[in-house]
Design a protein around this ligand. Sequence first.
Ligand code: ADP
Ligand code: ADP
Length: 226
Amino acid sequence: MTTVALKDVTKVFKDGTPAVDRVNLDVNDGEFMVLLGPSGCGKSTVLRMVAGLETPTSGAVLLGGELANDLPPRERGAAMVFQDFALYPHMTVGDNIAFPLRLAGVEPDRRAERVADVAGALGISDVLARRPGQLSGGQRQRVAMGRAIVRRPGLFLMDEPLSNLDSGLRAELRAEISGLTRELGVTTIYVTHDQAEALTMADRVAIMRKGVLQDVGTPTQVYGRP
Ligand code: ADP
Ligand code: ADP
């Protein structure tokens, strides 16, 4: 649904911390790209620049071929999912998922329909009346994904969305996330330090170390055959 291109993107934070160093990366329409590397190597900063939450110090971020450096987050057609879920604790699950539709002025009947669809797809139809505090970690992550996809974004950005879950649930949700994004055909950038996630989920993997993009390719190209 959209393409992402990073052209020589560099980020040095105000305090002088160099986070990202001349990164070049193309993400194709509908592709599932995993950004993999150890903590602190600059993955989140790349994702945040794509999301519009940080501005590059130099270089260009292109979305659908258009320069996006100064586009505010709302105008990027991107939805982001974080590791801490960032759900609204005082709202029900249904209201959490419906929230982006409400902001976009979608009318109540249509909202309810879309929430029901998304909840069905994610297997959380029976908890719509609960509040986030009354859910398991896996359910909370499904709600966060539901809220992100309900507006049918062209670009899906995920920052370590599974890292607070136990390993059984991680494996289960990995498969669900891959299935869902492919079904929707949405272009996805998925940040993780977990190589197993990269290998099972990615169309292509981009490996980062110390702010530099080291390698990009399919899991087979990058890791060879077992
Ligand atoms: P990763 O996502 O790979 O863990 P980050 O992109 O979060 O890495 O961080 C890359 C580097 O930039 C780290 O050294 C981190 O401490 C630093 N950093 C991240 N955000 C800021 C910020 N707002 N101000 C200063 N330094 C930051
Ligand atoms: P990650 O889980 O991606 O490694 P961190 O835990 O390093 O992220 O950082 C969490 C938040 O703190 C991020 O929003 C990041 O931008 C910010 N941050 C990270 N390092 C610094 C820093 N040195 N100075 C200021 N903010 C930072």
